[in-house]
Design a protein. Sequence first.
Length: 303
Amino acid sequence: MIKNFIYLDEPKLYSFSSQLFEGITEYVLNEEGLETTNEEQSKDKLLSSRIIADVIRETSSSTTKKFLHDHSFNLFEKELISSDRILDLTIQDFNYDEICESNKSFVKIRAKGKFIDLQGLQHFFSHFNEIGEAVATLPLTETLQKIDKLKANNPKSIDAKNLQSSFDKEIKQQIANGKGLPPISIKSFNILLEHFGDDIIRFEQKYNNSILTSCLNSNYLRDSLIAIYRKYSRKTAKEFVVIGTISHADGTQEVDDNEVPDGAKVISHFKHMGESLYEMEQSFTGKSDREIIIEPIAIYTEL
């Protein structure tokens, strides 16, 4: 199966690989073959270790060769499967509790998904009324041209003035009918997104009445977000495979709302304020019920 990567966290890939394939670090540093006391110790693992070491050394040059990273990931994924370290949701059904209670180090899912970009959302709301006005104005371009023509013939034209008034009224009516928001609402959206938003791109997939959300670092995307949205849509028609580690499933801590006693040190009050901030973050951006947060290593489509 050929993989078309849209996301690959190379530092995380090589960090995990150095632990799975023993000796990569030593091989890179010493630039010599690996020694093993047991010749029966997987020859495939030894070969993979040397290949990945070569890739790390090769890609430290000024020109990074992405196909080498891709090959390294294939070796990494193969080792996860052979060593039974991955919970593969693509070949067997698991419910939410089974996923949360699994002792596997890694997880793999294949499903359609949607991208949630809070920075993009903030930019959209900041310009919401401008966009609405532009959408309302474009179909009336012919009216604007007629106004300009009337003014060119007579700057004080009554017909131009009446037509302009009619145009302005039409734009305001359309904005009032859904193409605009009250400025105070836009300001409120922006304040919330400014304080509780972030630059993390979330890729959300549904699986057996559960939600698996991968938190992406834009530095490891193979293409720009706009290009990805144009190719696959914000809500994808194509299934994506995600391989990563579970960073947050069951077990979210409750808010400690114990009152600070009189005479307590100032740091105790700060800690209590921290609990209030935690509570607000949970309200705005915390994990939903039956949601599992994934720290992704790779995301790709299969060809």
